[in-house]
Design a protein. Sequence first.
Length: 121
Amino acid sequence: MDAVFVRGLEFEGNHGYSAAERRGTRRFRVNLVLERDLSAASQSDKIADTVDYFKVSDAVVTLGTRSTFRLLEALAGAMAAAIQDLYPDVTVTVELDKLAPPCPGVPAACGVRLTRAARAG
């Protein structure tokens, strides 16, 4: 399957299970894979025939910086939904990392990956 991707998109947000985590900002990193037939774009050279990764990046960063979620799963799900609001025919995979989370062993990142199939019709 053809795909457009965005790697290493970063923002600061107030997401975390505890109230203490949500009071301060933390850094997050997002990788996106947007599966879609790109044959029309490969011939037309028109952005209307593909996925505009500027629009996608803007939607993800806006959601990440202007909302608050307790779970990474909920934030990643909201990101996938926002992308599919723009491009319903795209199968989207969101990989969301919380950088330097407050965990034993001091991991560099913890996160989730979810995939949502293209919306029907």
